[in-house]
Design a binder for this molecule. Structure first.
Ligand code: GAR
Length: 204
């Protein structure tokens, strides 16, 4: 079986990146390799994590480009140079533009820390906490032109407890993110995800 070359886009600490790397290294995601990690923020811990695993780590400075298109053209150039087939957004805090989306249609996957379609955008955990929901969770989904609106692959619930703070809830959600994101990547790599309109069929 061919190896699926993966790129991971990040903006921060990279714990989800780490869960993908670990699951590839321990064989839970077979036939896959993270070839490059791209950050839109300089000096992120995610870039260090990549380097620690011998993975190319690149900072692409959005301020160096006139607009989203030229910024993403640079990302596209890096993806092409590494022969990337699958792009993961692991705490990447930008909305993907038309160029990148079109080139990787059905091949960009995002992890979001809430049960979509509730609480899209930034700070999903805090939004859910402030709203007073009794159950929250996380969602892995294909990326489309909207903000966290693409076809859902896997969701996982967690309870919101009486004495939670938003941070405690976020940690409980993160634990589940680290399970469902690698699981979704494994299913993609094994060709088991079939997008049918808004729905994702899982042929596992
Ligand atoms: C994660 O909770 C992820 O779901 C969230 O950012 C965090 C990144 O943590 N993503 C979003 O909010 C995207 N809108 P990490 O850098 O440790 O993986």
């Amino acid at each position: 079986m061919n190896i699926t070359n993966i790129a991971v886009l990040v903006s921060g600490r990279g714990s989800n990146l780490q869960s993908i790397i670990d699951n590839i290294e321990n064989g839970t995601i077979p036939h896959a390799s993270v070839k490059v990690v791209i950050s839109d923020v300089d000096g992120t811990y995610a870039l260090k994590r990549a380097q620690q695993h011998g993975i190319e780590a690149v900072f692409v400075d959005p301020n160096k480009y006139d607009n989203k298109t030229s910024f993403e053209n640079e990302i596209l150039r890096i993806l092409a140079a590494h022969d990337i087939e699958l792009v993961l957004l692991a705490g990447y805090m930008r909305v993907v533009g038309a160029n990148l989306l079109e080139t990787f249609k059905g091949r960009i996957i995002n992890i979001h820390p809430a049960l979509l379609p509730s609480f899209p955008g930034l700070h999903g955990q805090q939004q859910a906490f402030d709203h007073g929901v009794k159950v929250s969770g996380c969602t892995v989904h294909f990326v489309d032109e909207g903000v966290d609106t693409g076809p859902i692959i896997i969701q996982r619930c967690v309870p919101v407890l009486e004495d939670d703070t938003a941070d405690v809830l976020a940690d409980r959600i993160l634990e589940q993110e680290h399970k469902i994101f690698p699981e979704a990547v494994r299913l993609f790599v094994q060709g088991k995800l079939i997008i049918k309109g808004r729905k994702v069929e899982i042929a596992d």
